[in-house]
Write a protein of this length. Structure first.
Length: 337
């Protein structure tokens, strides 16, 4: 195992060489991904600074880390699904909005902030459980299932509320407005969840099963690992993480609408694939994910300093997503030889 944030080796019996390759054990692969992203990120910073020297400022740092705070947590949730071989969960932005709605509603009803946070996370976990049950029991494609539940959840929110507002005097809102070590408070839960998820993948039985199921489902089943149980708890865990993202989102946004989470879909999927987390499953390095989230969060700030319309950020992020998917497909062809 390379680091605590890298998925562990495949268990014995799954094929030593192919298992190591599919679980992302080769340090050169993770290092290459990290160096590539860091290099392009540095070039973006240098190019923007040449055009606008005031780009390197405390305000830019705050803007980038602020953008990373929610998208980074949501990217962890997506990573868990992808590494487990579950393809993609397209309902995560809706899970975020649903959890934020539940959190804010409880606070407006007089609940203390700690209970509001718990309600938000539990709401996300319940959402993930629903997806997991449909995928596992119905034996359906996760992309189709989560697309359908996402539309359904969005419809429910559109029926019952048009906008939600967090109480300005709540402790959660004060947390969202505060800073720690010069960075937004909301940035630190993102760092914490990346570390915890990385440690869970590397050192817990659940994490090892998750990687084994994603890397080689048949071999994992032959070793007695329950594919249904593992996949169900992956969706449950991803939902809980999305719930945390919803809590953080509600703390930094004084008001929001049911569609507010939609803007995270592209950047989250792009961050996951750009980090080298293969859509085939069984491989992922969450430390590289942190770099890809940071790079993608810098693009909107650079776009603004170049004087371009904000919509250009989506163009560049979409292009990077296509490039990352192409690279992932190339890697799969090479590993199949």
């Amino acid at each position: 195992m390379t680091t605590s944030l890298t998925t562990p080796a495949a268990p014995a019996g799954t094929g030593s060489r192919s298992g190591a390759r599919r679980s992302g054990l080769r340090p050169t692969g993770s290092a290459r991904d990290a160096l590539s992203i860091a290099g392009v990120w540095l070039l973006l910073i240098v190019a923007t600074t040449i055009v606008r020297p005031d780009f390197l400022s405390q305000q830019t740092l705050l803007a980038v880390t602020f953008t990373m705070s929610v998208s980074g947590i949501l990217a962890v949730a997506q990573s868990l699904v992808v590494i487990s071989g579950g393809l993609l969960d397209l309902s995560l932005p809706v899970a975020l909005s649903f959890s934020a709605w539940a959190t804010v509603t409880s606070l407006n009803l007089g609940a203390p902030s700690w209970l509001g946070v718990l309600i938000g996370i539990v709401t996300g976990a319940a959402w993930g459980s629903l997806n997991g049950m449909i995928v596992v029991l119905g034996k359906l494609n996760p992309i189709i299932v989560t697309l359908a539940t996402g539309f359904g959840g969005l419809a429910i929110m559109l029926i019952f509320f048009t906008s939600a507002q967090i109480p300005s005097t709540s402790d959660l809102r004060q947390f969202g407005l505060g800073r720690f070590l010069g960075l937004p408070n909301a940035f630190w839960p993102m760092v914490g969840i990346i570390v915890l998820a990385g440690l869970a993948l590397a050192y817990t039985r659940w994490g090892r099963h998750l990687v084994a199921v994603g890397g080689n489902p048949k071999a994992a089943a032959a070793r007695g690992i329950s594919l249904k149980r593992t996949r169900f708890f992956v969706f449950l865990g991803a939902g809980a993480v999305a719930g945390l993202a919803g809590v953080v989102f509600s703390s930094v946004n004084p008001s929001f609408t049911p569609n507010s989470g939609a803007g995270f879909q592209l950047i989250v999927i792009a961050a996951v694939i750009l980090a080298g987390i293969s859509l085939s499953g069984g491989k992922g390095n969450l430390l590289v994910l942190l770099l890809s989230v940071g790079f993608l969060a810098t693009i909107p700030a650079s776009i603004a300093f170049f004087g371009l319309a904000p919509a250009w950020a989506l163009v560049f992020q979409g292009a990077l997503l296509m490039l990352a998917v192409g690279i992932d497909g190339y890697r799969l062809l090479r590993s199949a030889r």
